[in-house]
Design a protein around this ligand. Sequence first.
Ligand code: ADP
Length: 489
Amino acid sequence: MENVVRDRGGSATSSGKLLTLLSLFVMEFSGVREEDEALKALTSVLKRAVDVKGISLLDQDMKKVTGEDFDVQRYEDLMKWCKENSVSTFVQDGDHFVGIVPVMKRENLFGFILVVLPNQPSLEETETFRIFSFLAAIVLENIKLYKSLEETYNYVSNIMNALPEAIFVYGKDGVSFRNRRFIEANFPDQVMRKAFQLSEEVLELGKARVGEVEFEREYYSIVSQPLVYGERVFALTAVANVTATKELEKLRQIDRMKTEFIANISHELRTPLAAIKAYAETLLNNLEELDAETLREFVRIILQQSDHLEKILEELLDFSSLERKSLKVVKEEVDLCSMIEEAVDAMKEYGASRGVELYFEPGTDEARVMGDPRRLKQVLLNLLSNAIKYSKEDESEKFARVTLERNGNGYLIAVEDNGIGIPESMKDKIFEKFFRVDSSLTYKVPGTGLGLTIAKEIVEMHGGKIWVESEEGKGSKFFVWIPEGHDGG
Ligand code: ADP
């Protein structure tokens, strides 16, 4: 090997020829997606550009990708040197010239061009090699970047597809990604509307939004959070059917309330029983010494406590019938005005003992419905007893007001108090079995958490409705609507 010609640039290739070559390059390289395809395209361009006897393209490990077979080992050291110095080399080898052109961009080596030329290459020819190897390196680098981008995308999508959550990515131009779970889940329209609404809000506010949708007894949770990508903001939204979790949560809660109920009911039964026992014992041991008035007071307390016990037992029996679905209503014509008057009278004394005044303000004097008088009165007694029990200690004018008015094809009874009130979030829950509002105020008063459950059942068995309006700390207003029911409704 002699006459080493090192090419380090040189005069410019004539622009017309260069343009032709560049067009050739573009044509050859369009549609190239793989590295070996790019190297083959490069061979084809060079063959047309320069008079070569043979050409071979090697990868960065000096293995042949395309072209003629060369004794690569012979040029190995030279190739290493070219690579280290980032230059092309043309050497005379017998009666021909061998060129070694590394295909590289900055420090990145993509391969080598090994070329056999009949004559020493002109400066223009060495320049052509240099330009096209550099352009090929750019293409190769892009292919690599494209591949790694594609790989990253596939990698991320695989992760997203493996997730148990259904996910989509939402941006200004709509949905840009859905994972497999999401496509398969086929959520109802109501759920999708909410999911898009929350995603829009995330784009607008730039912070996470969560929501829940109940549809046909199924619960869906939606969590949408901002996903910042460069200058752009997307919403990454996860939708999940959480019905099973919800039901489990509910069962757990009922279980917890049942445990509390058992502890509570034992206490509820023991208190009146202990009073009855204590008064009865005192009576027995001191019968001769006690005057008539004290005797009457003791017996009155025993009777009152027995009534209380009876009431708890009745509530328990009703609840057990309700659970077995054997609670019965026997309907006859009921005069609601008299029924309410009776209930208010029955509770007056209890009210007075707590400083709560009871009123009945009928808005009509004719109110007849088909219903079970005993059961309807039971509902009213329960509402009145609650209005008294949950009154505020520090309130000077405590009241429980009952009103009655004609409403649609039935009557609306309202029981209003100015007691402790019910937190907004608990307004529906108080009708569930065992439920008692979790507050120190509630726990001061005795109760089983069953009264309203039974009341609701009774009202619904009459084809009616029961609900509450309340403001915590201000008071509550319970409504009971009962249809006339003369047509059997
Ligand atoms: P309880 O035996 O506990 O009174 P209920 O089923 O009658 O059971 O009532 C359920 C819960 O609803 C009560 O524990 C109480 O927390 C709440 N509640 C009911 N009525 C009222 C009211 N008038 N004012 C405030 N809270 C009430």
